[in-house]
Design a protein around this ligand. Structure first.
Ligand SMILES: O=C(O)CCC(=O)C(=O)O
Ligand SMILES: [Fe+2]
Length: 264
């Protein structure tokens, strides 16, 4: 474990905080992709525990470099996986988040999607909504949404791994053909508090740089996004929140002054 090096810079960590995912295209070797051609759908335990799968997928240097950057040196490595296999045409899933989605701003759980076969739009790609990982909502409520401006279909070459924050909204997109479309899902977990120990140029703590607002975000919701991202950034850098950090959003329009000044 100790020889796993972080691969992300401040800028890349900030981008991940904003978007909630990063895609590593075509990184898993073809020999491994081909072994997945024969897997049936459902839970994978024996296959996931083989040395080959552990070393060539779970601990692939680019995958584990991102995990190491975002979850620290003592992260937990998956021991099982789930194969989401579609072979028939279908209408696609509804928008959802999985399981017990994280409840706050800290990054504790990264969920990965590995595609052993190439995925084109008619194959029913996974669809994700960038930036949605912060929006804690009723799972049944978001199932009613149709297309959302800014949604992204993960049309990818074989051997791609997408690493996502567990709370990101996603679904399997509609499938128009009988071609096999597999996605192997697995998770890594944080065990210790973060300390900004990815690739850094200097010990000076940079201010969070927000990307342009998400395509679907209205003005007020984009202020909320900025405030949530800044808080996650400070947390990732090992900073403690002060009450005024947390009050940031309200201070955009609402001003107040210390009691001592008000008393004159
Ligand atoms: O297969 C996919 O693309 C997504 C599947 C999924 O998210 C699920 O079944 O929870
Ligand atoms: Fe899901």
């Amino acid at each position: 474990m100790t020889d796993i090096k972080p691969t992300m810079t401040d800028e890349q960590v900030m981008r991940f905080i904003g978007d909630g995912y990063i895609v590593l295209e075509g990184i898993i070797p073809d020999e491994i992709n081909r072994q997945c051609e024969f897997l049936s759908g459902g839970r994978l335990t024996d296959f996931a525990r083989t040395d080959t799968f552990q070393n060539k997928v779970f601990l692939h240097p680019e995958v584990s470099g991102v995990i190491r950057s975002l979850l620290g040196p003592d992260f937990l490595v998956p021991v099982n996986a789930h194969h989401h296999l579609y072979e028939q045409p279908h209408r696609g899933q509804t928008w959802h988040t999985d399981g017990l989605t994280e409840q706050g701003y800290g990054i504790y759980h990264l969920q990965c999607y590995y595609y052993p076969q190439p995925v084109q739009i008619e194959d029913g790609p996974t669809m994700i909504l960038p930036g949605s990982q912060f929006r804690l909502v009723d799972r049944e409520a978001i199932a009613h949404y149709g297309d959302i401006f800014g949604q992204k279909s993960l049309t990818v070459p074989a051997g791609t791994v997408a690493l996502t924050r567990y709370g990101i909204w996603h679904k399997a997109g509609p499938k128009l053909n009988n071609r096999r479309r597999g996605m192997i899902k697995f998770s890594y977990f944080r065990t210790a508090d973060p300390t900004r120990d990815w690739l850094i140029d200097s010990d000076d703590l940079p201010e969070f740089v927000h990307q342009p607002r998400q395509a679907y975000a209205t003005e007020v919701e984009s202020y909320r996004d900025i405030s949530r991202c800044k808080r996650t950034w400070r947390w990732m850098c090992g900073q403690k929140d002060t009450p005024s950090d947390i009050a940031h959003g309200a201070k955009i329009f609402v001003r107040a002054r210390p009691l001592k000044e008000a008393e004159g």
